[in-house]
Design a protein around this ligand. Structure first.
Ligand code: G6P
Length: 606
């Protein structure tokens, strides 16, 4: 998704801006640009494609100067073309923008009437012209930006510079994250602290509605025109980008990090007897016990984690759990029964649909607002009452892997805590807690089968469609497996609950169609075997990921025996195997595994 970096310093800033953009590449984008002021002149470069192309353009055409803004764009209004890339210009000023301006059409018409011309299809250019118009009628850049923040509707962040005032950068946050980096005699702005790590560890997180004025020696922040103070935080060095090491892609590294991060997620949260220690607050037992319904809202992979949790919670806690995609939850009438808690799950904590769902939920009579998140200083963490951190560390690959399995682990912990609050001495829950403690080593054991999984990947890489099947816990696992495959290999993949095959998808099954089934050794195995026979009877190509104790019958195109088990945690183990499958297919096809086309790591627009 779009990224903003801006800098004002004693030294030249183009290299700083470029390094910042590189640090944001993992978020996904389709074009990049930069503008720098030198003396009274402003110069810019914009390129479609990777930041590397911008870097090459900068070698041929350097942008000297000590004040500049830069951007990676993920197309929303207008195609990925140079004229739509940022910075967008209006006379003496240039502007970069993340997010979406909802009332841009209204302002576009107003500006056309005033004689402004548009050279792009973007909502960003509307913001640039509005700033320009405001300055033409007497405002300074800062007051023009304060006015603009009020005049624009939507969720966005902006940063602007002008040759009329070449001694500062003005930025605002309204619905999209923005952080200020504090250096010695220099200041920076970025949409993600990752971009600041090469230059500073000191940062200030802007609040909703803040407008910031950055000069070399000072930062002033205003909220509704009034000066406000915001604390300076020290960026965790852990959030620094480690290297890929010997791994070919970040995604592969992150898949293999899972035993370590799952252990990290569990650290200090379960005792050796499998009892959960306070997770969210010291007084949590009483209020966790009082929750009689749960609504969980999320997007993408985080939504799949929620679907697994529904099976767990309804089975172990016997409370109704409703799981919904955030963008759907947003636009329908939601009925909230008494004693219902709201839980949102987001790796980044910045997904706009999820945040908007939380804000909608805030207006309803939920008893508690809870979150599961991986980024400590994200908007989501700040807007819920209690947040359970997944501790996965920064995830660079756009396709989520370790963030997903740590979400599952966090959900498992939450389920155990809620169960324990209801029945303090439950033997079953303690046994489940002990199984959870073994999860990191279980995942290690699954990863040891990477070579066998690669053989299945070799067969699938030739295909254009794949169906994934699972029953019970494994149905959301199949959904996540299909999502992983389509995200990075661009092979069309769909998941079905195996029992639903006969109600439609069976019509697709022929000698050409690969069907991947997930077969742990659980109580639904017999039912799944019957569904697999339905595929075999139609000549379908069946590939099975089975627990070691399972011997699938009939003709198979591929079989991987893995220690999946058949217990409640089998979905975590099976998911890891399907992550490897998707990775191998995409890597063998030669795709850009870490930055798949058209996708973004953190989606901060609706
Ligand atoms: C994007 C990412 C997915 C992610 C989803 C939700 O689509 O590409 O990997 O699952 O957003 O992100 P969140 O940060 O809210 O978990």
């Amino acid at each position: 998704m779009c990224g903003i970096v801006a800098a004002i310093a004693e030294r030249e800033v183009s290299r700083i801006l470029l390094e910042g953009l590189k640090a944001l590449e993992y978020r996904g984008y389709d074009s990049a640009g930069m503008a720098v002021i030198q003396g009274q002149a402003i110069d810019s470069l914009r390129e479609v494609g990777k930041v590397q192309r911008l870097e090459q353009a900068l070698e041929a055409h350097p942008l000297p100067g000590r004040l500049g803004i830069a951007h990676t764009r993920w197309a929303t209004h207008g195609k990925p073309e140079t004229r739509n890339a940022h910075p967008q210009a209006s006379g003496h000023l240039m502007l970069v923008h993340n997010g979406v301006i909802e009332n841009h059409q209204h302002w576009r018409e107003h500006l056309l009437e005033q004689g402004y011309q548009f050279s792009s299809d973007t909502d960003t250019e509307v913001a640039a012209h509005l700033l320009h118009q405001r300055m033409a009628s007497g405002d300074e850049l800062l007051s023009a930006m304060q006015w603009l923040a009020g005049a624009l509707e939507g969720a966005f962040a902006l940063a602007a510079i002008s040759t009329k005032e070449p001694e500062h950068i003005v930025a605002c946050r309204k619905g999209a994250p923005l952080v200020i980096g504090v250096g010695i005699g220099e200041h920076f702005v970025a949409s993600d602290p990752m971009a600041l790590l090469p230059v500073t560890r000191q940062c200030i997180y802007l609040e909703e509605g803040d407008v910031a004025d950055l000069q070399r020696e000072s930062v002033s922040i205003y909220q509704q025109g009034q000066a406000v103070k915001r604390p300076v935080h020290r960026l965790d060095t852990e959030s620094g980008r480690a290297s890929k090491g010997a791994y070919r892609h970040w995604m592969l590294k992150e898949i293999h990090e899972q035993p370590a991060v799952l252990a990290e997620c569990l650290e200090g949260r379960l005792d050796s007897q499998g009892r959960v220690l306070p997770l969210l607050a010291h007084d949590e037992s009483a209020w966790l016990q009082s929750i009689e319904n749960l609504h969980i809202v999320a997007c993408g992979t985080s939504y799949h984690a929620a679907l697994v949790a529904r099976y767990w919670m309804e089975e172990w806690l016997q409370i109704p759990v409703h799981v919904e995609i955030a963008s759907e939850y947003l636009y329908r009438r939601v009925v909230v029964p008494d004693k219902t808690a709201f839980l949102c799950i987001s790796q980044s904590g910045e997904t706009l649909d999820t945040l908007n769902a939380l804000r909608k939920a805030r207006k309803k009579a939920y008893q508690h607002y809870l979150g599961i998140c991986n980024v400590a200083r994200s908007t989501l963490v700040r807007e819920v009452d209690h947040c359970l951190m997944t501790r996965a560390g920064p995830e660079i690959g756009v396709a989520s892997t370790k963030a997903y399995t740590t979400q599952l682990t966090a959900l498992a912990l939450l389920m155990l805590a809620m169960g324990q609050a209801r029945d303090e001495n439950s033997e079953n829950l303690q046994q489940a807690g002990k199984q959870l403690l073994r999860l990191p080593s279980d995942v290690e054991a699954v990863l040891a089968h990477a070579d066998a999984i690669r053989q299945i990947a070799e067969a699938l890489m030739q295909k254009t469609n794949v169906i994934f099947l699972g029953r019970g816990y494994q149905y959301p696992v199949a959904m996540e497996g299909a999502l992983k495959l389509k995200e990075i290999s661009y092979i069309h993949a769909e998941a079905y609950p195996a029992g639903e095959l006969k109600h439609g998808p069976l019509a697709l099954v022929n000698e050409e169609l690969p069907v991947v089934a997930v077969a742990p050794n659980d109580r639904l195995l017999q039912k799944l075997q019957a569904n697999m026979k339905e595929v075999q009877a139609r000549g379908g190509q069946l590939y099975v990921f089975a627990d070691e104790a399972v011997q699938p019958e009939g003709q198979l195109r591929g079989l991987v025996h893995l220690p999946l088990g058949g217990d409640w945690l089998s979905p975590v183990r099976a998911s890891v195997a399907l992550q490897l499958l998707a990775y191998d297919v995409a890597a063998m096809l030669g795709h850009d595994v870490d930055q798949p086309r058209n996708l973004a790591k953190s989606v901060t627009v609706e």
